[in-house]
Design a protein around this ligand. Sequence first.
Ligand SMILES: Nc1ncnc2c1ncn2[C@@H]1O[C@H](COP(=O)(O)OP(=O)(O)OP(=O)(O)O)[C@@H](O)[C@H]1O
Length: 506
Amino acid sequence: MQGHHPRLSLWNITKRYPGCIANQSVSLSVQPGEIHALLGENGAGKSTLMKIIYGVTHADEGSIIWEGKEVDIHAPTDARKLGIGMVFQHFSLFETLSVAENIALAYSESSLTIGELSEKILTVSQRYGMPLEPDRLVHTLSVGERQRLEIIRCLIQDVKLLILDEPTSVLTPQEADSLFDVLRALAAEGCSILFISHKLNEVKALCHKASVLRQGQNVGEADVATATVNELASLMVGAQTQLEREYEKRLGSETLLALQGLSHVSDDPFGVSLKNLNMEIRAGEILGIAGVAGNGQEELFSILSGEMLCQQPQQLTINGRAIGRLNPAQRRSFGMAYVPPERNGRGAIPEFSLEENGLLTSPMTGPAGWLKLKQIRQFANQVISTFGVKCHHSRSPASSLSGGNLQKFIIGREILQQPKVLIAAHPTWGVDFGSAKTIHEALIELRNNGAAVVIISEDLDELFQISDRMSALFHGRLAPVKPTTEVTIDEVGRWMAGVFDQEQAA
Ligand SMILES: Nc1ncnc2c1ncn2[C@@H]1O[C@H](COP(=O)(O)OP(=O)(O)OP(=O)(O)O)[C@@H](O)[C@H]1O
C-alpha cells in the first residue's frame, strides 16, 4: 500500500565522527510531492544527513524507511535504484565531454546508446522547460546550464526524491526563479524534494515544510506557509535574531590598488581572457564586482592575488608601487590578503590542522626560522572564537569542519591579519545567516580602519548590502564603477548581461 506511506522516513539516525555527533537521533518524514527544506546553522548536520540518505556515508544507528519498507543504502547506486537523486553543490562533470556523454557515464549500467540517451535528454528538458542540447560540450555551458545537466541526469531515471544542497548559491536570481518553476512542476507530479538552503526567503517562496537541525538534533518542524522568515530563523538559532543590517556607505580616500589597462589572454582553453581592465580601489571602501560565474571572476581573482602574473609590472599597483609581476607571497608583504573561491586546496589544505592552516598565510617564525608554536595556537584560537568556527579544537584537520565553518576560518584568518588590501571571492559562500552577519561586520570594520576591500561575488543582495561602489564583469570586460547608492539592481543586471558602454567604464 505504497500510497499511504511517506516517501521517506528517517528514524533515530545517529552519526558520530571523532569528537562530534553530526546527527543525533534525527527522525523526519517527507511525503510524496512535498518540498521539504532542511535548515540549520553551519555544522548543524544537514549535509551529513543527506549523504546518509544518498549512501555516500552511513549512519551508526537508526533506520531509513523508503515507501514503508526499511532499506539499506550502502552506496549512491543503491539510492539511485530506489529513485533518489542528488545534486551536489560542486558539480562533477567532464569538461571535454558532451552533455549526453556526461550523462551516459552516470548510467554505465544502462544499455541505451548515446543517440537514445540524447532523445531522452531532449524529452526531459522540454517537459520541464530546461533547455539543454545533448551535443554541447560541457566547457561551453554556463553554471546554470551545468546545474540543469545535473538535474536532468537525475530526472532521466524516474526520480522520486530529489536532494539539492544549496542549489541557488551558484545561480543568478533569474536562474533561481526558473529552477523553482522546475521544482514546483516536479513536486506537482509527486516527486519529493529535500532542499538545503541558508536563504530563508527562498525557503519561504518554495517549500511546504521545513525541518530544523540544531547541533545534530532535529529541533522542530515548521509549516512554511504560516511561519515567518523570522520565526524560521529563531528556530534555527534558538533565539530572536536580527537577520540583516544596513551599513553606512562610504567613499574611500586615496587610491590603494589600481589596475591600468590590464589585459590577460587566458592560456586555459576553457578560461576567460581579461580585456583592458581599469579600476581604482580606494582606502576605506568596499568595491563589489558582480557577474554571472564564468565571466572572468576566476581570472580577475588570480591576477589580483598573483597566482597569475600581469604582462607589465605597472598594470597593477599598490600605493603606486608596481606589483604586477610579483608572486602572492611578495604581494602579501605589501599588505595584501586573499580569500580564494575554493576552500579546499586553495583556501585551506584539508589534511592540515587549523593551526597549520593559520600558519599558511600568516608566517609566525622566529629569527632562526623556528615556529612560534604558542603564537600559532593563539592565532588559530583567536580566529575560531572571533568568527564562531565550530570545531573540535585548533588541532582538528580542516577536512573535519563543515563547509560553512571552514569558510569562516579562512576569511577570519585573513581579516585578523589586518591587511591593507583584501581580495575576497564569495566571502559568505555556504555560511549561515548569523555567521554571514559576523563576516559582513568584520569586513565593514576592516574598511572603517582604512583597508581597501574587493568583493567578487554572484550574490547581488550581499553586494548591495556591503559594497560602497559596484561594477560587474561580462566576458572579461569590466562595467563602469559606480557608487552603490547610484545604481539600481536592474542596471547591475544589465551590466551582468553585457549591456554597458565600455567607454564609460572607469
Ligand atoms: N569527515 C568528517 N570528520 C569529522 N567531522 C566531520 C566530518 N564531516 C562532518 N563532520 C562534522 O559533523 C558536523 C556536521 O557537519 P555537516 O557538514 O553535516 O554540517 P552542515 O549542517 O551541512 O554545515 P554547513 O551548513 O556548513 O554545510 C560538523 O561539526 C562537522 O565538523
